[in-house]
Write a protein that binds this ligand. Sequence first.
Ligand code: PLP
Length: 408
Amino acid sequence: AFQADVVPQAPEDPLFGLMAAYRRDTDPNKVDLGIGAYRDDNAKPWVLPVVKSADEILRNDPNLNHEYLPIAGLAEFTTSSQKLILGADSPAIKEKRITSLQTISGTGAVHLGALFLSKFYRPNAQRTVYFSDPTWPNHFQIFSNVHLQYLTYPYFSKKTRGLDFEGMINTIQNAAEGSIILLHACAHNPTGVDPTQEQWKEICKVMQAKNHFPFFDCAYQGFASGDLAKDAWAVRYFVEQGFELCIAQSYAKNFGLYGERAGCFHFVTSPASDAEATVGRLASQLAILQRSEISNPPAYGARIASLVLNDKGLFAEWEANLKTMSGRIIDMRKALRSKLEEMGTPGTWNHITDQIGMFSFTGLTEKQVLKLREDSHVYMTKNGRISMAGLNTHNIDYFATAVDKAVR
Ligand code: PLP
């Protein structure tokens, strides 16, 4: 018999626990800075106007049905996803060196990649995947579920609240040859700290010398700087340097399609390979993994994204929507920094505007975070991370004052 009593209680997911505590709080001034989802200036979820337009078109399409998608997903979606992340004139696209599958958003793409690597990456050798310290906590679970062992590379410097570049590069340099290095393509979660282009070039050089395998997790393209090409720069650079690599791409944040689970997994083979044959073999194995896990991916979100990605007018509207979201977040960064500096809040606050994307690693200690929750009903993760999208013109003064109080 199944012995249910041997199943131990799992710890609560810290983020979802935080959300529940926020919902229970009845204080009218409460502020939610936990969840990584965009909110408008009234702290409400924002349906992108371009998504509304696409939705309208889809709903009025007399040919729309609810049939299964192919195993690898909607072809218009996966090919336009390649162009979006790699650039339409990417050598890898021209040389047909990519195989892509539509996935259950970014999480599903990371999982499919991890599963594929666990099965086929240097099967007879020691394999280790390296994550940044810190990283999106789900990376640990996803890779350990497929029995890949992991280590971390230093990433965040507590002293500068910026990148610990030296620590990062040294660890990558000293990692066993052929390690898998997981890299956040842009808008690093949870720190908001990204390498500069010069630093990416150095990372690339060391990884090439050590024959490491890059795994790019790209959950925030266009959401970070507001510029799609700029946010994809690192991935495109690695591809130009001839790397064989994989990419997990999410449309949750940049389309606001959180619940629709639209994402894509890409495997880019090296220029040296016999591209067609290699891609064919990889695709055949990925299709089997996909089939056994989800059979075929969900259609609706991919249809919305695909419609926008393949229509010039809608695409331009999407870019404008991205600017609205990233611009509001950048404004909040500026406002928060200047309010803290105006009040003379102890510490330095330049990191708030130096960091980019959805999150900021404030440098607040766990004790200060708990004090903020108890005294001011402000909810953020214990590591001091705040979701910038939770701040708006109505609560920014309240939040800055609360931080000031907690720090003194
Ligand atoms: N990777 C990173 C670094 C993330 O921050 C997220 C979302 O928070 C994801 C992947 C995956 O998100 P989703 O599965 O909603 O696309």
